[in-house]
Design a binder for this molecule. Structure first.
Ligand SMILES: Cc1cc2nc3c(=O)[nH]c(=O)nc-3n(C[C@H](O)[C@H](O)[C@H](O)COP(=O)(O)OP(=O)(O)OC[C@H]3O[C@@H](n4cnc5c(N)ncnc54)[C@H](O)[C@@H]3O)c2cc1C
Length: 522
């Protein structure tokens, strides 16, 4: 049997950067690793493609009408249902099933959930790291290294105190007219915003605005809801491929890791080969679990045959507020647009000990049917509304900090039982609506959508890092209590969830742990 220095489970943001940090040793990466379907590459923007007469049925709707999933079924994230993107959340319900009130998704794809992410990357400050056994200074060099590896676009603007200064940012994405005007109006009324504890600024995105490390710049195709692997939008699969090409890792997809066992001088990992159905074992000196917060918890509990312990789980409760600039109703659409976040907002609210954060998006990217049926109007009115309002409508996606009270438990059947605590009472939305009304953006509380719990897709905290870790917790270097060589490198290790998107921190923390491990293995 081959033996490795390090076995890494998964290829999502955490697993990828743990392996990247530990390069130089014999690394085996075991992954389910679904890839995008072998289909013609979509190229151009939706307007040009339609005018050019291209048949877009298979790429936008799909032979099984999967693009219309949300019209007939409980909604899933728009990106996870498009025909060419459905591989991202493919087969998780059968391979790693979940019961309970979980309205989210798991990814078994090469690159993990970050195949669908919006690439928003925000450094955690010391305030965000309350309850962590590490400080911002511990992560800073790794954030810097990731910025230069992935390429991050943005600006050091009013949000700098919340996002930290970054001297290596690429120029920001071009704003659409809607958001250019919103930013101008914010600048003009900045004092009012400051008085309300609200700050607006440009998004920081792992999206290239210049060619970088062999990848091309963003082409404003606005195909984020339909097209896999846009080279401009960073995906951990790119780094995995780079490590495979350079021989830094032995990558084996098609392997579902089931459990591990510690040996006197190493670790044995047991996985199901999905092509043959056989159970295979692999040996290494150390193990990094990067199967995502939920599946890493599943592997750990299964390894202990523990079907009673409840582990904590966090996700960000969300609400989605449409904002309308009435003067823009009926204007022509900008064909070269983006569905990536254009602006970010950070707000303090007396009801919340930590700030809340929002991303602002245009509404021209998704299928019209995705928005149509969420409006409280008769069908024909909604059809007209979506057509004429699109150039006038922005979507403010508000994230709340993750709340305690949710849990996961492994059942003897192998299903993971997820129980999300009830959503926190809101109220912040009313304030935001009032603030935006003052600068000319209108909406109604009746239009606010509150996605079900788990739909935030920011899973964390199942095996959290602590200064004094207890059972099923990890120390500041990610090592799982009671084990000699098992490390947690994904969202599971993030012990508390601020409203700020967490993936940049998952990556930086995994890189830190990978480097530390590389030294120990030497
Ligand atoms: C639509 C969408 C938008 C998002 N936008 C943002 C954003 O803008 N900013 C942000 O910070 N975050 C965003 N996120 C969240 C982000 O994608 C996740 O936080 C991140 O991917 C989690 O990384 P992870 O390493 O913990 O695990 P995952 O990404 O879940 O990766 C898990 C990996 O483990 C593998 N795996 C799982 N189980 C097994 C097993 N048993 N055996 C072998 N392999 C296994 C999978 O194949 C996968 O490679 C978004 C997510 C979605 C879906």
């Amino acid at each position: 049997m081959d033996s490795f220095d390090l076995i890494v489970v998964g290829s999502g943001p955490g697993a990828t950067f743990a392996a990247w940090g530990a390069r130089g040793h014999r690394i085996l990466m075991l992954d389910v690793g679904f890839d995008p379907p072998d289909v013609p590459v979509l190229s151009g923007n939706p307007c040009e493609l339609r005018v050019g007469g291209a048949d877009l049925f298979s790429s936008l709707i799909g032979g099984g009408f999967e693009g219309l999933h949300n019209v007939f079924h409980p909604p899933v994230n728009f990106k996870l249902k498009a025909p060419y993107l459905s591989y991202i959340a493919g087969d998780w319900t059968t391979l790693t099933p979940i019961t309970g009130n979980f309205a989210g998704a798991i990814s078994l794809a090469r690159g993990g959930l970050a195949n669908a992410w919006g690439a928003g990357v925000y450094r955690f400050t010391d305030r965000d790291l309350t309850g962590f056994p590490i400080a911002a200074a511990d992560l800073r060099p790794y954030y810097d290294e990731l910025t230069s590896h992935m390429g991050v676009s943005g600006v050091n603007d009013d949000l700098e105190p919340h996002f930290e200064r970054d001297g290596a940012l690429l120029p920001p994405l071009r704003l659409s007219e809607l958001f250019e005007e919103m930013l101008r109006r914010y600048q003009r009324h900045k004092l009012q915003f400051q008085w309300e504890g609200v700050t607006l600024g440009r998004s920081r995105l792992a999206v290239l605005t210049k060619p970088h490390n062999g990848r091309s710049a963003y082409a404003y195709e606005n195909l984020e809801f339909f097209k896999p692997h846009d080279p401009a939008i960073y995906n951990p699969a790119f780094t995995v491929d780079e490590m495979i090409r350079s021989g830094a890792i032995d990558y084996r997809s098609g392997h579902l890791v089931l459990r591990y066992r510690e040996l006197p001088d190493g670790i044995e990992v047991c996985a199901r080969n999905l092509s043959t159905g056989d159970t295979e074992t692999f040996q290494g000196r150390a193990l990094c679990l990067g199967a995502g917060a939920l599946n890493s918890a599943r592997i750990v509990l299964e390894s202990h045959s523990d079907y009673t312990t409840e582990l904590p789980l966090f996700d960000n409760p969300m609400s989605c507020i449409p904002l309308f600039r009435l003067q823009r109703i009926g204007r022509g659409l900008e064909p070269r647009d983006t569905s990536l976040a254009s602006l970010n907002l950070v707000m303090d609210d007396p009801a919340w000990p930590a700030p809340l954060q929002a991303s602002l998006y245009g509404s021209t990217g998704p299928l019209r049917s995705d928005i149509l049926f969420t409006l409280p109007f008769p069908f024909r009115t909604s059809l007209a509304v979506t057509k004429y309002l699109a150039p006038a409508m922005g979507l403010l996606m508000l994230f709340y900090p993750g709340q305690p009270g949710s849990s996961v438990r492994l059942k003897p059947s192998g299903e993971l039982d997820v129980v999300f605590a009830p959503e926190p009472a809101c109220g912040v939305e009313t304030r935001l609506i009032r603030i935006f009304r003052k600068i000319g953006y209108l909406t109604s509380e009746a239009l606010i959508q509150r996605p079900a719990m788990g739909a935030g897709l920011h899973y964390a905290g199942t095996l959290g890092m602590r200064a004094n870790p207890g059972p099923y917790e990890t120390d500041r270097n990610g090592k799982l209590t009671g084990t000699g060589r098992v490390y947690v490198v994904d969202g599971g290790a993030i012990p508390a969830l601020p409203a700020k998107n967490l993936t940049f921190t998952i990556m930086a923390n995994a890189l830190r742990i990978g480097r530390q491990l590389a030294r120990e293995l030497s």
